[in-house]
Design a binder for this molecule. Structure first.
Ligand code: 4GX
Length: 247
């Protein structure tokens, strides 16, 4: 997958992606991330990229010219016609990001991200270039760089080859929309805190049953909203009926 990130602060986006799994994915050529500095495209003498808002108010707005010209340059080498290209802008006004949207974006050959900083970007950029306005949650950050890194991370790990064999298998077969069961590793007894005994029983059927029950319990307690869209067996439904009766 080819990814282009248009930003005034490339180091913020690059930092978290040049480590660990996503770093390896880039080295393996599974994803190619290019960072393009919007400031380099400013026509103005002093490389100005922002200005006061029409109508007044606090803060600065990123002007359209550097972003339009940066975008033009970004789509030039790769991509067919710009209608085909998913162009993502992160803001609290966007559709809330989730795993379904990550899976959907992971199918694309190329993605362009435009990062807004300060109070945001001129609306004409969004209206003309952006296909997907996405929010990573209901809080306010100083810019779109961190949300873009979050989205790239979530999308990249879904590309075949990025995760190990075992992890990708888990991703495909166990992604049920429930929260995860708790994990334990050695030692069995850590300062008097013991691992649930079923996990060292060697009884794989019992282990699976225990883990499923724990997933259902934690989801019921903390995120009952997720149960609406989860894929549940008849056995799961019985477990949930029990939890409802005893809560
Ligand atoms: N999920 N931010 C965007 C600039 C901005 C300000 C106002 C439009 C209108 C965010 C989030 C987020 C901070 C990114 C402000 N753009 N993005 N930026 N939460 O808080 O995605």
């Amino acid at each position: 997958m080819r990814i282009k990130v248009l930003t005034l602060f490339p180091e913020i986006v690059k930092g978290p992606l040049d480590v660990s799994i996503i770093k390896n994915a880039q080295e393996k050529g599974l994803i190619d991330i290019e960072y393009i500095n919007i400031r380099d495209f400013s026509d103005s003498k002093h490389k100005k990229v922002d200005d006061y808002p029409y109508g007044g108010g606090a803060g600065m707005i990123m002007t359209p010219q550097p972003i339009f010209d940066c975008y033009q340059a970004a789509i030039k080498d790769v991509m067919a016609n710009n209608e085909d290209i998913r162009t993502i802008y992160c803001s609290p006004k966007g559709k809330v990001f989730n795993q379904e949207l990550a899976l959907n974006l992971a199918k694309e050959d190329s993605l362009i991200f435009i990062c807004g900083h300060y109070e945001g970007i001129d609306q004409r950029v969004i209206d003309s270039l952006v296909t997907d306005e996405i929010s990573i949650g209901d809080y306010v950050l100083t810019g779109g760089e961190l949300p873009v890194a979050v989205i790239i991370d979530a999308v990249a790990r879904l590309i075949p080859g990025v995760l190990g064999q075992e992890e990708s298998f888990q991703e495909e077969s166990f992604y049920s929309g429930l929260l995860e069961y708790p994990h334990y590793t050695r030692p069995y007894d850590f300062r008097g805190l013991e691992v649930p005994s079923v996990l060292s029983s060697g009884n794989h059927k019992e282990i699976e049953k225990w883990r499923r029950k724990k997933s259902l319990e934690i989801t019921f307690e903390r995120r009952p909203d997720l149960l609406e869209n989860a894929s549940l067996s008849d056995e799961d439904k019985k477990t949930l009926d029990f939890l409802k009766k005893h809560s």
